[in-house]
Ligand binder design. Sequence first.
Ligand code: CA2
Length: 146
Amino acid sequence: MPKPVFILNGPNLNLLGLRQPEIYGRETLEDVADACSALAEELGLSIRFHQSNHEGALVDWIHQARNEGSGIIINPAAYTHTSVAILDALNAFEGPVLEVHISNVHRREAFRHHSYVSLRAEGVIAGFGTEGYQLALRRMKTLVGK
Ligand code: CA2
């Protein structure tokens, strides 16, 4: 089995399913983690699923993935649009990076249309709801699972 895929989630995603269901749906982050674990098992992958409201914690997990991870799936949430620190950390990671957004950021405010992380990501999924995480995991299997 390859090294685990790190699935990283940024600020406020701990509120998933509890607020703004019209934008982010009714599934909780725990539901998303469970669905990812089940799919990972089916695909013969392992995952490490994390969420933090703190930029530095996300940077630390990306550093950890440099030795311990095969790929990174990241929903950086609001840090998508602001964080050079997360981009720099991802640039120091050698494996594939996939960016996920639950909502279609391009249909929303102009400040959500730019992503620092997209400068590094092999692919971006936006607007597929929480199903986007599973689509990203299937793509990650293609990229790391051979
Ligand atoms: O669509 C996405 O996944 C986003 O990354 C979510 C971020 C937003 O800043 C990005 O522009 C797009 C916001 C995450 C906040 O999540 C909440 C979930 C439920 C209730 C409140 C916030």
